[in-house]
Design a protein around this ligand. Structure first.
Ligand SMILES: CC(=O)SCCNC(=O)CCNC(=O)[C@H](O)C(C)(C)COP(=O)(O)OP(=O)(O)OC[C@H]1O[C@@H](n2cnc3c(N)ncnc32)[C@H](O)[C@@H]1OP(=O)(O)O
Ligand SMILES: N[C@@H](CCO)C(=O)O
Length: 338
């Protein structure tokens, strides 16, 4: 064997790792509010806030900021394959893309364990986001969020309108309905009744029913998983176990509280002049399409488009169809017509 013999070629990367460079796949951390504290809506000052984030593509003063959903995190390359990658709406070969785990979360940013169980608002999260953009030298952003990320996008539009050039809101209302607050209240009650894990599993089961649809479950979960056990019962139990393995019950309480507490009034919504693409999902039982459409109608410069899917609220993750094309066209300054 000589010194010139070649190593075997590296095996091809799994598809999800081809969406971005190896450096982009590494989670980064910043400590913000070192010299002056963040004053939270609850009145408490916070200093030295640790924020975990990912960036994709070359740093630029203009960026696209992704706002994740309730149990999401900053690793967009792991959870939104239809959206991130060359030629997709979030294209690291063209754009600088940023996603940070929210304040109060449990994926690297300070959450209840570091902060205590203080109430956090969506506007507080947006203020942390502003500080992160300053840290990264970003002066202007397009924002895109789905579900909790969509509500957070509205908080951004109210809190930081000077920074935002366009916004995409997917599967989110402008504020929670009694139905949405009720679902979260039941989930929090389950956590309070059985802290330490069992409650979070039940909370996820309740939430999962609102993330799917009757038609979707009829298609995927009819019949029995094993004798005497309905497929859907087993499915919900499994989904509860899956969440318990990756999420924190205290964050669940904090973040659902932040969503329920976000209640912009109509005058505030009428003050949002940034172009917004609001996307409803035809079978969403959590945030019905009509509610998303009505919320968008309260904004002076919003366009509404509807994703047709039987799979309910989580269709933006599971059955995106034409959505990436529509979103890409809008983010690049066009309409959602593609
Ligand atoms: C814009 C944003 O910020 S979104 C943030 C992204 N969020 C996240 O990444 C975290 C949240 N993730 C999710 O919500 C989910 O992963 C989704 C929506 C992306 C997809 O859900 P999944 O659980 O993967 O899909 P689905 O609902 O079809 O369930 C499939 C799983 O259930 C299992 N399963 C299906 N039926 C049954 C059953 N009857 N009994 C037991 N297990 C079952 C499957 O074997 C599969 O298991 P696996 O996950 O170990 O492979
Ligand atoms: N299924 C996603 C969206 C819920 O809003 C999540 O768990 O974060």
């Amino acid at each position: 064997m000589t010194a010139l013999s070649r190593a075997a070629p590296a095996p091809p990367l799994p598809a999800e790792l081809e969406r971005c460079s190896p450096a982009d796949r590494i989670r980064k951390t910043a400590t913000l509010f070192h010299t002056s504290p963040l004053l939270l809506d609850c009145g408490r000052p916070l200093s030295d806030v640790r924020v975990a984030y990912h960036t994709y593509g070359e740093a630029q003063g203009d960026a696209t900021l992704v706002l994740h959903a309730l149990t999401g995190d900053s690793a967009v390359h792991e959870w939104w394959p239809d959206f991130l990658g060359a030629g997709r709406p979030l294209d690291p070969t063209q754009d600088f893309i940023i996603c940070a785990n929210v304040l109060g979360g449990c994926a690297g940013t300070d959450g209840p364990a570091a902060l205590g169980d203080i109430p956090i608002s969506l506007r507080d999260m947006a203020r942390v986001g502003r500080a992160l953009l300053e840290h990264l030298g970003v002066r202007r952003v397009r924002i895109i969020g789905a579900s909790m990320g969509g509500l957070l996008a509205y908080a951004w539009l109210l809190e930081c309108p000077d920074l935002v050039s366009r916004a995409v809101v997917i599967g989110a209302p402008v504020r929670h309905s009694p139905w949405a607050v009720g679902l979260n209240s039941a989930a929090r009650a389950a956590i309070r009744a059985a802290p330490g894990g069992e409650g979070l599993k039940v909370a996820r089961q309740i939430a999962m029913l609102s993330y799917r649809s009757p038609q979707s479950l009829a298609q995927t979960q009819t019949g029995q998983r094993r004798p005497g056990v309905h497929a859907v019962t087993s499915y919900l139990e499994y989904q509860g176990e899956k969440l318990l393995a990756r999420f924190c019950e205290r964050s669940y309480v904090t973040l659902t509280g932040a969503m329920d507490g976000f209640e912009p009034n109509d005058a505030e919504l009428a003050s949002i002049h940034v172009p917004v693409l609001a996307v409803g999902i035809s079978s969403d039982v959590l945030y019905p399409a009509a509610e998303v459409r009505a919320g968008a109608a309260a904004l002076p410069n919003a366009t509404y488009w509807e994703l047709d899917s039987i799979h309910g609220h989580d269709a933006f993750l599971m059955d995106a169809g034409e959505l990436p094309g529509r979103v890409g066209a809008f983010l690049r300054g066009g309409t959602a017509e593609g």
